[in-house]
Design a protein around this ligand. Structure first.
Ligand SMILES: [Zn+2]
Length: 239
């Protein structure tokens, strides 16, 4: 199917990153089964919610900081590099597609990126080390040096609007695809999970690689219940 396709689009979820040692926070035993997620409105309204957000971030950040791309990421980077893969749409926030060599312009992050922070008002970027230094002193909250706005990791929180530009880019890429490959997503989180359905309706072939069955297996032309790294490295010829 890859050989036949003219325009590939990948759609990745937590499963591709668990193979790099990043836990799936939605799975049983994952972070969200232990901590109630902090809603975006609570973050805006409450100093304590903001402090708790940063406490959790710095408690868990090391795992993401130390993680490196695996064979699944590298296979996608190879397909992008070869010019066949138009875009990697991802639900992940770990930056591992970029770390594997996929240029920023080809990665569409539907849920943002947790490896840096931005001002909620003017979008200025801040590095986490800078936030950590401020927060280390009596849990002081960082404020934007340009506009005084609140600073938050560049992720999309519960209750926060989906990023419009990324949704639009994902929509366009999906409509351009003649082969749409889902990797490591159980396809239960909407609106992200609408994209494989859209691709299929638009005439693309749909492939799902996931360790467990997904909500959209019946739609797919091919379902592979296996590790992503070994499957994709064989399919693409990388290791
Ligand atoms: Zn600002």
């Amino acid at each position: 199917m890859i050989a036949d396709a003219q325009c590939l689009v990948a759609f990745t979820g937590a499963g591709i990153s668990t193979e790099s040692g990043i836990p799936d926070y939605r799975s049983p035993g994952g972070i969200w089964s232990k901590f109630r997620p902090i809603e975006f409105d609570d973050f805006l309204a409450s100093v304590e919610a903001r402090r708790e957000t940063w406490r959790r971030k710095f408690a868990s950040h090391e795992v993401i900081e130390k993680a490196t791309p695996n064979a699944g990421h590298r296979a996608l980077a190879r397909l992008v590099d070869g010019g066949k893969m138009l875009a990697v749409i991802t639900q992940n926030i770990d930056g591992l597609h970029q770390a594997s060599g996929v240029p920023d312009s080809k990665v569409i992050e539907l849920h943002g990126n947790s490896t840096y922070a931005t001002c909620l008002d003017c979008r200025r970027r801040y590095e986490l080390d800078w936030v950590r230094e401020i927060f280390a002193v009596d849990e002081r909250l960082p404020l934007c040096a340009s506009c005084g706005g609140m600073i938050k990791t560049a992720t999309i929180s519960f209750g926060q609007a989906m990023p419009e530009a990324e949704m639009e880019r994902a929509h366009e890429a999906t409509l351009a695809a003649d082969l749409f490959i889902v990797l490591g997503s159980s396809l239960v989180v909407y609106p992200a999970a609408q994209f494989p359905i859209l691709a299929k309706r638009n005439g693309a072939r749909l492939v799902i690689v996931n360790r467990e069955p997904t909500e959209q297996d019946e739609l797919a032309d091919l379902v592979i219940n296996a590790e992503i790294g070994s499957t994709m490295s064989r399919a693409v010829g990388v290791n």
